[in-house]
Design a protein around this ligand. Structure first.
Ligand code: SUD
Ligand code: ADP
Length: 298
């Protein structure tokens, strides 16, 4: 199962709860690329991590995949008892504002619910996810959406277009709480009313007027974020911004070949950066997906 990267196309911090968590108004989409998680029967539990960023993944009690497994066991007892081998291919940089850990947790919940054939409704699954992290409910949805509250109030956007993107990270991890703690203002205006978003250009036009309120504090900690964002603009992105609490930046491109070309150029100029050409997953099935569904139904 793919654990898609989460991209906060816009992120407005609108307040703070009494417990210190920040209230957000964020437009989010998910990329067609990400980590990969697989589950199969085993004689005992096992968790194996491979992939480019495997060495950065914490193993043990803090790992979000094994925490998701243990949470289902706690909640469903006997039904979730069978030992399971989990294999994570870690392709996304860790602590980078694209929710790799949360996406892995969401994929683990979905995969294990299927593996153990647990009967659970979406609302209960989202509540369990939220107990693992504020981003987990949106990663469970993994569709274009607006998230409010601390990330638990989701409004799906059924007509949001697929956006060609390039993700760039200077390979410097950033702590989410540290970025939030440096915010100068916590009561900021919410997102403007959403446009019709018929295509990439209209979406990019609306997005340009929005913000990521975490970008300024993140740049104070990691100034290389500005360099990454500016490099995307120089590579002809329609616009570029930081995702989440950083340090990953994304550029929106008019076409997928344009994104591929820009990514190749950026990787050549910055061999030590993480650079990925991808696109956001659209809720509207592509012709190829439609054909696949029809074939599967036949
Ligand atoms: C900022 C965002 C935007 O999507 O993404 P990332 O940069 O992590 O990808 C999220 O809100 C991150 O969600 P997530 O990474 O799941 O956060 P959690 O593990 O629940 O919280 C980590 C810490 O971040 C802070 N936190 C998180 C979410 C939130 N709405 N307000 C906060 O103040 C809190 O200090 C909390 O202790
Ligand atoms: N499977 C996992 N993959 C990545 N990070 C994980 C995982 N499990 C736990 N973590 C921890 O979660 C934290 C947040 O990681 P991640 O979700 O990648 O970043 P962000 O919240 O900035 O998007 C990291 O500090 C990392 O140590």
């Amino acid at each position: 199962m793919i654990a898609s990267a989460k991209v906060n196309l816009a992120l407005h911090v609108t307040g703070r709860r009494a417990d210190g968590y920040h209230l957000l108004d964020t437009l989010v989409a998910f990329s067609s690329d990400g980590d990969l998680l697989e589950a199969e029967d085993g004689s005992e539990d096992d968790f194996f991590v491979s992939g480019h960023f495997a060495a950065h993944v914490p193993i043990g009690e803090t790992n979000l995949v094994t925490r998701a497994r243990d949470l289902l066991r706690e909640k469903f007892g006997e039904a979730a008892r069978a030992p399971v081998h989990l294999h994570l291919e870690k392709n996304l940089p860790v602590a980078s504002g694209i929710g790799g850990g949360s996406a892995d947790a969401a994929a683990a919940l979905r995969l294990l619910v299927r593996h153990w054939q647990i009967d659970i409704d979406e609302a209960t699954l989202a509540r369990l996810g939220l107990s693992l992290g504020a981003d987990v409910p949106m990663c469970l949805a993994s569709k274009p959406l607006v998230a409010r509250g601390i990330g638990e109030a989701l409004e799906e956007l059924p007509h949001f277009p697929a956006l060609p993107l390039v993700l760039v990270n200077p390979n410097i991890p950033l702590s989410t709480p540290e970025v939030f703690s440096r915010l100068e203002r916590r009561e900021n205006p919410p997102l403007s009313p959403l446009g019709a978003f018929t295509d990439t250009v209209s979406a990019a036009h609306w997005l340009k007027e929005a913000r990521n309120d975490l970008e300024k504090p993140a740049c104070q900690i990691v100034p290389q974020i500005e360099e990454a964002r500016d490099a995307l603009k120089e590579a002809n992105a329609l616009f570029a911004r930081m995702s989440g609490s950083g340090a990953t930046c994304f550029g929106v491109f008019s076409t997928r070949p344009g994104a591929d070309q820009a990514a190749a150029l950026l990787q050549e100029r910055h061999p030590d950066w993480f650079v990925l050409a991808t696109e956001t997953r659209s809720p509207v099935p592509t012709q190829a997906e439609n054909a696949h569904v029809q074939h599967a139904r036949a």
